[in-house]
Design a protein around this ligand. Structure first.
Ligand SMILES: [Zn+2]
Length: 581
């Protein structure tokens, strides 16, 4: 007979390594897996193994991170090294990293909406690369369009919150509306050297010229004239659309959209005040100007972004060339489609504005705040991104991919509870005594304590509640096991009169007879539970009383339903949000 004692050293080693790998918190499930991988012969004593692992994990997790690391370093230095290598190898190396003294990356959202699933790739990759190379990660808020892509103050905050939630703390935060003078200075430099000009054409007229590779009449005027026009733009002598700074490019560039692109324009900020700087400025840089200037000024070494920006690189390179700047290295990754998720900012904004959803964190949306509310772990999103990496090919992702990773991360933490949607009574004959069922809060963690479900016998009868969906599937003569209680045989499925008779207590018996397992609740003492689904429907039901002890924000597993996050609670009601099964 094997004894658990003989494998304790193996468990300890697995727990320590796992803890060091995961921020000081070893995961019991992972430790069991590791031990079984090395000792498959222990599969027949998995229960003892699980409890020994849970015990050891508790001990190891109680150590400080530095203590854990010290032990691993001294006892198995080669293993830790291996793990680190494995981590590092996950992302391909950055191009030309050696030619930069500091690797600097940036995530640059426009604060005109909250972040959604589609943004995680840029955030995680930029942060991860900066971290890997001991470089710098910049969060840059690109808010230079107070008219069409109007920023809103709340989004500056919400975006920062989302980025922090993903575990991607920035080293520096930059807001473009603080930097107008910098863009002006670069504009003046370009105008003065003939790398840009103030165009006064009507847009349609300019387009027609550009399409036929012809210069607009303004293009060849002296720089002094352009400087004078620039002053007029700043002073208000021109109104909106009367004048525009364009960066000179190759008029014969194969892509007409690249030809002499617009760099700065006038916005009537009396009419369209900027949420941060009001009407202080009336000349605003367009995307390529602000982004291009900042990438250089902030010392960005590697731009990591979607391939829809490829043309922007082409445009910006003309400006870089005029100014004698070196263009950063670029990694353009392919499109990532998430099946069944709406990732259009304008559609998300419209749904919220039209009150089709309850807010940006409505579980029907794929915003980061909605995912957070449902209990999707940021580590799971990071993991998803790390698996896809910065590949240039298009990829698609399903919710199931995300759920599968998340499930692994929360399963060990989520305590188990019974929840019944739309409960109905089942009265049982032949119950000769009272029963108290005390299933553990978590099967792998008996130390967390037990729940308590009581069934009173009265004249040989007892009543329990079951979910109406389960009741509908019952038929006379069917054997079911009320989980963690006893086995009964259905004797009547009449409307409003669901009856059964007691058969036996043993789980073995239920298993042998292939009885269906059904969760149940005592007829009294339960609490109301709302379960908000990703469809937006709020499923009303009841849950066992111990659910009221789960704290707000905790993940729970509603047995046979799925994982959910406790959103908020009151004395006799819990509101949960469904994550996934
Ligand atoms: Zn012109």
């Amino acid at each position: 007979m094997k004894s658990i004692d003989e494998i304790r050293p193996l468990i300890r080693k697995a727990a320590l390594l796992n803890a060091v790998k995961h921020e000081g918190r070893a995961d019991t499930g992972a430790v069991i897996g590791r031990v079984l991988a090395e000792r498959p012969d222990l599969k027949n004593m998995v229960k003892e193994l699980a409890s020994a692992c849970a015990h050891t994990v508790r001990e190891i997790n109680a150590l400080s991170k530095s203590d854990q690391k010290r032990i691993v370093d001294s006892e198995w230095p080669e293993l830790l090294h291996e793990e680190k290598e494995e981590e590092r190898k996950r992302l391909p190396p950055l191009p030309n990293a050696d030619s930069y003294s500091l690797i600097v990356t940036r995530f640059a959202p426009n604060p005109d909406c909250v972040l959604h699933l589609g943004s995680t790739r840029a955030i995680v990759l930029c942060h991860e690369y900066a971290h890997t190379y001991h470089g710098k990660f910049i969060l840059r808020l690109e808010d230079t369009d107070p008219r069409l892509k109007k920023p809103k103050l709340e989004f500056y905050e919400l975006i920062a919150e989302d980025v922090l939630w993903l575990g991607c703390k920035w080293d520096e935060k930059v807001i473009q509306s603080d930097r107008l003078e910098i863009y002006y200075e670069c504009a003046e430099k370009l105008l003065g050297m003939g790398g840009a000009y103030v165009c006064t054409c009507e847009l349609e007229g300019f387009r027609a010229l550009a399409l036929s590779s012809k210069a607009c009449p303004d293009r060849e005027l002296e720089p002094s004239e352009h400087m004078a026009r620039w002053e007029k733009m700043l002073s208000g002598a021109y109104t909106e659309k009367q004048a525009l700074v364009r960066v000179k490019t190759d008029l014969h560039h194969p892509n007409p959209a690249v030809r002499d692109w617009p760099a700065l324009r006038i916005i009537d900020t009396e009419k369209f005040p900027h949420p941060r700087v009001g009407s202080k400025y009336r000349v605003w840089p367009l995307y390529n100007m602000a982004c291009g200037v900042d990438d250089h000024m902030l010392g960005i070494s590697h731009i990591i972004r979607g391939k829809e920006h490829l043309t922007n690189e082409v445009r910006q390179r003309f400006m870089y060339q005029s100014l004698g700047w070196r263009y950063p290295e670029t990694l353009h990754y392919g499109r990532l489609k998430v099946i069944g998720a709406e990732l259009s900012k304008s559609k998300i904004m419209k749904l919220v504005e039209d009150r089709e959803v309850t807010g940006f964190d409505d579980p029907r949306l794929a915003t980061l705040s909605a995912l957070r509310r449902r209990g999707i772990r940021p580590e799971a999103l990071r993991e998803v991104v790390m698996e896809i990496g910065p590949r240039p090919v298009d990829a698609s992702l399903s919710w199931e991919n995300i759920y599968a990773i998340n499930r692994k991360m929360i399963d060990d933490k989520a305590n188990r509870f019974f929840f019944l949607k739309d409960p109905v009574s089942l009265s049982i004959d032949g119950v000769e005594r009272d029963y108290t069922s005390t299933p553990p809060l978590h099967p792998d963690h008996p130390d967390r304590g037990r729940r308590r479900l009581e069934v009173k016998s009265s004249n040989g009868k007892a009543v329990v509640l079951i979910a109406s969906d389960d009741a509908l599937a019952l038929s006379n003569g069917k054997l079911i096991r009320l989980m963690e209680l006893f086995n009964v045989c259905i004797s009547s499925v009449e409307r409003n009169r669901l009856e059964a008779r007691f058969i036996s207590e043993s789980y073995e018996d239920a298993r042998k007879r292939d009885a269906q397992l059904i969760q149940w609740l005592p007829s009294q003492g339960n609490i109301d539970v709302g379960l908000l689904m990703p469809t937006g429907a709020n499923v009303e039901g009841i849950g066992e009383s111990s659910l009221s002890e789960a704290s707000a924000d905790a993940m729970v597993q509603l047995v046979r339903i799925g994982f959910a996050r406790i959103d908020h609670k009151s004395k006799d009601r819990v509101q949960a949000i469904y994550a996934h099964n």
